[in-house]
Design a protein around this ligand. Structure first.
Ligand SMILES: [Zn+2]
Length: 518
């Protein structure tokens, strides 16, 4: 392909979701998928359908609901995986099946116990099977960056002959460095028959902090598809950050000679949405979307900036959708203004959900003079977080202070309509609340982190509590927002408990849970 357009393959919902504690419910995934469509990504990898019933459902819902991008599902090179992926995708007008199989010596020997010939045979069979379902088939030799070059070329060539239309070269473990990774792409371009008829894709992990640099080096060699995630979300140190690779290609068009059709003004809102939904904050000095990415403190810089922005600024904050002045809403703002603001912030709520947000907005406006974006985001979150919750909070009271024994009383509704109440002592009032919730629900977790902060500014600001806890070896995160910090804490903890219960119900398929994925 000689096309000079950057193809963005977003895998926030698949590889990004594999990041510890980033698991999302169906409504949250749909929100993000709609935001990615607005951003203009070319392909959304919506999930790994065979991994669990929850994964299947969300890929199917996205395939049915989200228009614009190609919707892709992941599958190993076996019939069950591929058929399941196709079942989830078949209602979409532009489906893609992404099949993968590890090729490196270490994976062949220790994970797959397969000889080279067996790998080639299975890769070809996988691509052929997927090709029977759809024309749009992507093949990934997992751990390609550590695979012998001649064998990698052989597998890729056979996958293309079998019908793959995109070949992806993953640096699964984040081992590559830019010149080395570029040389792999160059080698494949020179040694693989048919490679100029397919799209070359790259998939880099950030273990050495080089995921974006490696992806850019590969683009320079003729790769055109970059697999990436919003905020660089992903396992371990994460994946290539979508916003960084897009802005590098755009800002340095003079160097790359590649165009991007991403609507860059949606980068910042989409980044906020993903960090709020997953509870994984963006570091302050993160390129493009960090809080300080466009802040100039030094006097000499400020002076230069006032005279001519370009002295110290290579991109404009507006270009990535960062609003310099925040619009505020208040008591008299109407439904239409709220709806518009919610859309601008990247949410796609249906009429029912909008109505719920509008009601809580009115209630909040009675207690709070000015409503900021962060407040609105918190209200929208509350609606999409309300997944299939088993337990909901009715009331919480607690006692603390020096000279008393901290205690709490909690009342919870169970989904079956029954009301449950209990009380207990604790090391502090928050601890007492959490212990009481554990006693009522019968779910006990190991608390790893608890933070509370205000979402917006002012004395009447809402408090946001975040809880990170461990349950059955898995990290779960929960959030709660309220003008009362104790209520926010109880809501956040209950969110974690509900997630733990949901996980137990869905019972991940144990076979696939242990599989490392590209
Ligand atoms: Zn990956």
């Amino acid at each position: 392909m000689s096309d000079n357009r950057l193809i963005i393959f977003d895998t926030t919902l698949r590889d990004g979701e594999q990041s510890p504690g980033a698991s999302m419910n169906l409504a949250e995934k749909l929100e993000i998928a709609h935001a990615l469509a607005d951003l203009g990504v070319d392909i959304i990898e919506a999930g790994f359908p065979i991994a669990s019933p929850g994964d299947f459902e969300s890929v199917q819902a996205i395939a049915r609901d989200v228009q614009g991008p190609v919707i892709c599902g992941l599958a190993r090179c076996n019939n069950d995986d591929i058929d399941r992926a196709w079942q989830a995708l078949c209602d979409n007008p532009r489906p893609r099946i992404h099949v993968f199989l590890a090729t490196s010596a270490i994976h062949r020997e220790f994970k797959l116990h397969m000889a080279k010939e067996e790998i080639v045979r299975r890769a070809v069979a996988g691509v052929e099977r997927a090709k029977k379902c759809t024309d749009n088939v992507e093949f990934s030799p997992e751990d390609a960056a550590r695979t012998e070059l001649d064998f990698l070329a052989e597998v890729v060539e056979k996958a293309i002959a079998a019908g793959a239309t995109t070949v992806n070269i993953p640096d699964t473990v984040g081992y590559a460095v830019p010149e080395h990774y570029a040389s792999i792409i160059r080698y494949l371009k020179q040694n693989v028959r048919g490679i100029d008829k397919v799209v070359i894709s790259v998939h880099c992990h950030n273990d050495l902090g080089l995921a974006v640099a490696n992806s850019l080096a590969a683009l320079k060699e003729g790769a055109r598809q970059v697999e990436c995630t919003i905020n660089g979300l992903g396992e371990r140190a994460g994946n290539c950050a979508l916003e960084e690779v897009v802005m590098a290609v755009k800002t340095r068009g003079d160097f790359f000679g590649i165009e991007t059709t991403i609507n860059t003004k949606r980068l910042y809102p989409t980044s906020r949405l993903v960090s709020r939904v997953t509870g994984i904050q963006v570091q302050r000095n993160k390129a493009i979307v960090g809080q300080n990415a466009f802040a100039h403190e030094a006097g000499i810089h400020q002076d230069g900036m006032l005279k001519e922005r370009r002295t110290y600024e290579i991109m404009l904050p507006e270009d990535v959708g960062l609003q310099q002045t925040e619009l505020v809403l208040g008591k008299h703002s109407g439904r239409h203004a709220l709806r518009q603001r919610i859309r601008d912030l990247g949410y796609h709520l249906d009429d029912d959900s909008l109505q719920k947000v509008f009601e809580s907005f009115k209630a909040l406006a009675d207690r709070k003079k000015v409503i900021y974006d962060a407040d609105i985001e918190a209200l929208a979150e509350a609606v999409i977080h309300t997944g299939p919750a088993l337990w909901t909070l009715e009331a919480v009271t607690c006692n603390g202070g020096s000279g008393t024994v901290p205690s709490a009383a909690v009342v919870l509704w169970n989904k079956d309509g029954t009301l449950h109440r209990d009380a207990s002592l604790g090391d502090g009032p928050v601890d007492a609340v959490f212990k009481t919730i554990e006693r009522i629900t019968g779910v006990f977790v190991k608390l790893r982190d608890f933070t509370i902060r205000s979402v917006s500014v002012g004395e009447d600001a809402q408090g946001e509590a975040q809880v990170e806890a461990e349950h059955n070896g898995r990290i779960l995160r929960g959030r709660g927002v309220s003008t009362d910090t104790m209520e926010a804490s109880a809501l956040a903890f209950l969110h974690v408990i509900n997630r733990a219960l949901l996980r137990q119900q869905q019972k991940m398929n144990p076979q696939t849970e242990a599989v490392t994925v590209t």
